[in-house]
Design a protein around this ligand. Structure first.
Ligand code: NAP
Length: 237
């Protein structure tokens, strides 16, 4: 068995996911970068290896059932364990065109259906870990309380993105409630408005944007479960 903790970060070939992997790796955690493009994943893992991090990669299109089904055997055979899952991969369909039946379905598939089944597939390993942690990378735009607070201009809100992140928040709560009597902690993160390919006008760096997920991925045994955070602050669902 791998002597260090092992973490899987999805969508880790770039953006906030790559930085989450870097920050976990710098804490001595073995990191596995999920990437739907194997070459991009390998290139990102090589960058982290050059920084002294124990970085690996796995080809992972999160909506591909075969990729997801292969994960438990990959972690068992390669490391003998999985301690941390960060469901970070996500899409913002409204940035690429109009809301259609197809784009709505694709957005929900990537942002909520995939993290649910990925988590289900890896739950046995995470429950077997001494301090299993799951972080779902959500958004404040998925908070019903926030989007109904009157702070957004008419037309600003995004139906696919907000619906998918609200549903991801519910998936977080369902998994957390179902496992609240175990050592596993399952929380949702809002990274802030982070400058990435998804959000070119973000005002935070990826270093800042990764902090919430990294904190939730490394919570102590008395830390929270079933909550929604930005940094140390609890957010309303
Ligand atoms: P990003 O730079 O666009 O990175 C998104 C990552 O997800 C990429 O690695 C992308 O892979 C991957 N991905 C997308 N769909 C995938 C799929 N079906 N299978 C596997 N990988 C997939 O975006 P980001 O800003 O870092 O966002 C990361 C997460 O933070 C997302 O869940 C996003 O909703 C959330 N978030 C971001 C912000 C922000 O301000 N940036 C705010 C709130 C929440 P490819 O490179 O192959 O496309």
């Amino acid at each position: 068995m791998n002597s260090n903790q092992v973490a899987l970060v999805t969508g880790a070939n770039k953006g906030i996911g790559l930085e989450i992997a870097r920050q976990l790796g710098k804490q001595g955690i073995t990191v596995v970068l999920g990437s739907r493009d194997a070459a991009k994943g390998q290139a990102a893992a090589d960058i982290l290896k050059n920084e002294g991090i124990d970085a690996h990669t796995v080809k992972l299109e999160v909506t591909n059932a075969d990729d997801v089904a292969a994960l438990p055997a990959f972690f068992t055979d390669t490391f003998g364990r999985l301690d941390i899952l960060v469901n970070n991969a996500g899409v913002l369909p409204e940035a690429h065109g109009p809301v259609t039946l197809e784009t709505f379905r694709e957005g929900l598939e990537a942002n909520v259906v995939a993290p649910y089944f990925l988590t289900e597939s890896l739950l046995p390993l995470l429950l077997a870990a001494p301090a299993g942690r799951i972080v779902n990378q959500s958004s404040i735009l998925g908070s019903l309380a926030t989007v109904t607070s009157g702070q957004f201009s008419p037309g600003y809100l995004l139906p696919i993105y907000s619906s998918s992140k609200a549903a991801l928040n519910m998936v977080t709560v369902v998994h957390a409630e179902n496992h609240k009597d175990t050592a596993l902690k399952i929380n949702a993160a809002h990274p802030g408005s982070v400058k990435t390919d998804m959000n070119p006008s973000g005002d935070l760096t990826v270093e800042q944007g990764a902090l919430t997920a990294v904190r939730l991925a490394t919570l102590p045994p008395d830390g929270p479960t079933g909550s929604f955070f930005h940094m140390d602050d609890t957010l309303p669902w």
